[in-house]
Design a protein around this ligand. Structure first.
Ligand code: NAP
Ligand code: G4F
Length: 355
C-alpha cells in the first residue's frame, strides 16, 4: 500500500481548462497515456457537454481512476483560484476560450472575458498561491497574425495584426503569458497553433461543416450546403499532432513561444473540391462572388450556395505557418497531411451515419 501511494505521488498532475473541447479531449488521452493524473474543468450547461470525453470518463462507472472532472468557469476568479489550489498541478493547459472567430463579433465582451481575461485569472491565481513551479501553457492562435500582406509564411517574429475580437483577445492572452514569464519567472509558454481539425471539430467550423454537409448530401440526407468566403486560405493540421506539440512545449528546457503548423496551405474551395472528389461527387462551379454555386454535374443539382451571413466584418485571408523552430528545437513535426486528415474526417462521418 505504502509503495502504491509513493508510486501515485510520483505521477505528474495536469490541469486542463477546456477539457470538453476538441483539443482538450485529445490532450486528456495523450496525458493519461503518459501516466499523468489529469484534472479537467467543465462548465455547467443545461445539456450534456462531455460527449468528447465520455469514452474516458463517466461519473457513474469512473472508467479512469487518474482522470477527475471539476465544475468551474474561466470567467469566475474564485473557481479558478479554488481549483488550482485544490489540485496543485505541475502543468496547466489553458485551452478554454470562446473559440469561434465570427461569433466573437456577436458576443465581443463575453469573448474578451473568457479568451483574454481567463488567461489573466489563471496566471494571477498561480502568483497569489505562490505556485511559481507550476508550468503554464497558453493556447495562442494564428488568428493573431490576422491581416498579413507580405509576411508569408508567419513565424514567431511576425507582427500581430488581429482582425477579430477573438484575435485581439488572444493577443492580450499571449502578451499576458509573456509578461508573467518575464515579471514573475513563471514557466509560461505560448503555442501559436494554426488551424487544426479532426472528427471531433465543432460543427460550425468550416472543415467539419463541409465534411458533414457533403457526406449528408451524398447520403441524400441534406440538399444544400451553405457557406461564406470560399477564398480564405488556411494551413490545416490534425488536432492529434497539435496536442503532442503542447506537451513538448511544456517539457522544453525553458519557457518560450512556438509556431505550430504544417506549412501547407489551401483555400476553403480547394478543401471542398478534395472532399467532393473523395466522396465521388462530380462537382463543378458556376458564377462569381455571392452568386457562386457548386453543382453536382451528374445529378444536375446545386449542392453548394453562398450566404452573406457567414462572411465576417473582418476576414483573415491567408495563413501559412513556418514551424522550423519547433521542428528543430522540439523535434516536432506533423504526422498527418491534408489528405489523411480529410480521409479520417470523412470516414468518421460515414461511420456515424451507418450506426
Ligand atoms: P473548442 O473545441 O471550442 O473548445 C473550447 C473549450 O473551452 C471547451 O471545452 C469549452 O467548453 C471551454 N470553454 C469555453 N468557455 C469557457 C468558460 N467560460 N469557462 C471554462 N471553459 C470554457 O476549441 P479547440 O478547437 O479545442 O481549441 C482549444 C483552444 O485552442 C482554444 O482556446 C482555441 O481558441 C485555441 N486554438 C484553436 C485552434 C484550432 O484550430 N482548433 C487554433 C489555435 C488556437 P464547452 O465544451 O462547455 O463549450
Ligand atoms: O473554420 P473557421 O471558422 O476557422 P478560423 O476562423 O480560421 O478560426 C479557427 O482557427 C483559428 C486559428 O487560426 C483558431 F484560433 C480559432 O479558434 C478557430 O479554431 O473558418 C475558416 C475560414 C474563414 O476564413 C471563414 O471565413 O473559412 C471561412 N468560411 C467560409 N464559410 C467559413 C464558412 N467559416 C465558417 N466557420 N463557416 C462557414 O460557413
Amino acid at each position: 500500500m505504502g509503495n502504491l501511494i509513493k508510486k501515485k505521488r510520483k505521477k505528474k498532475i495536469a490541469l486542463i481548462y477546456g477539457v470538453t473541447g476538441q483539443d482538450g479531449s485529445y490532450l486528456v488521452e495523450f496525458l493519461l497515456k503518459k501516466n499523468y493524473i489529469v484534472h479537467g474543468v467543465k462548465r455547467r450547461s443545461s445539456s450534456a457537454n462531455t460527449d468528447r470525453i465520455d469514452h474516458i470518463y463517466d461519473s457513474i462507472n469512473f472508467k479512469n481512476k487518474n482522470f477527475f472532472i471539476h465544475y468551474g468557469d474561466i470567467t469566475d476568479s474564485s473557481s479558478v483560484f479554488n481549483i488550482i489550489n485544490n489540485t496543485k498541478p505541475n502543468e496547466i493547459y489553458n485551452l478554454a476560450a470562446q473559440s469561434h472567430v465570427r461569433v466573437s463579433f456577436e458576443i465581443p465582451e463575453y469573448t474578451a472575458n473568457t479568451t483574454a481575461l481567463g488567461t489573466l485569472r489563471i496566471l494571477e491565481a498561480l502568483k497569489s498561491l505562490n505556485l511559481f513551479k507550476t508550468k503554464y501553457y497558453q493556447a495562442s492562435s494564428s488568428e493573431m497574425f490576422g491581416k498579413q500582406k507580405s509576411n508569408i509564411p508567419q513565424n514567431e517574429s511576425t507582427k500581430f495584426y488581429p482582425m477579430s475580437v477573438y484575435g485581439v483577445s488572444k493577443v492580450f492572452a499571449h502578451n499576458t503569458t509573456i509578461l508573467y514569464r518575464e515579471a514573475y519567472g513563471i514557466f509560461a509558454c505560448n503555442g501559436i497553433l494554426f488551424n487544426h481539425e479532426s472528427p471531433r471539430r465543432g460543427p460550425n467550423f468550416v472543415t467539419k461543416k463541409i465534411v458533414q454537409g457533403l457526406v449528408r448530401i451524398k447520403l441524400k440526407k441534406q440538399k444544400v450546403l451553405t457557406l461564406g468566403n470560399l477564398y480564405a486560405i488556411r494551413d490545416w493540421g490534425h488536432a492529434i499532432d497539435y496536442v503532442e506539440s503542447m506537451w513538448k512545449i511544456m517539457q522544453y528546457k525553458k519557457p518560450d513561444d512556438w509556431v505550430i503548423a504544417t506549412n501547407y496551405e489551401i483555400s476553403v474551395k480547394k478543401f471542398i473540391n478534395l472532399c467532393a472528389k473523395k466522396l465521388k461527387i462530380n462537382l463543378i462551379w458556376k458564377n462569381n462572388a455571392e452568386k457562386e454555386v457548386g453543382i453536382d454535374k451528374d445529378l444536375k443539382k446545386t449542392i453548394i450556395k453562398i450566404d452573406k451571413k457567414y462572411f465576417r466584418p473582418g476576414e483573415v485571408d491567408y495563413l501559412k505557418g513556418d514551424f522550423s523552430k519547433a521542428r528543430k528545437q522540439l523535434k516536432w513535426k506533423p504526422k498527418y497531411n491534408i489528405n489523411s486528415l480529410i480521409d479520417e474526417m470523412i470516414k468518421s462521418e460515414l461511420n456515424f451515419h451507418e450506426k
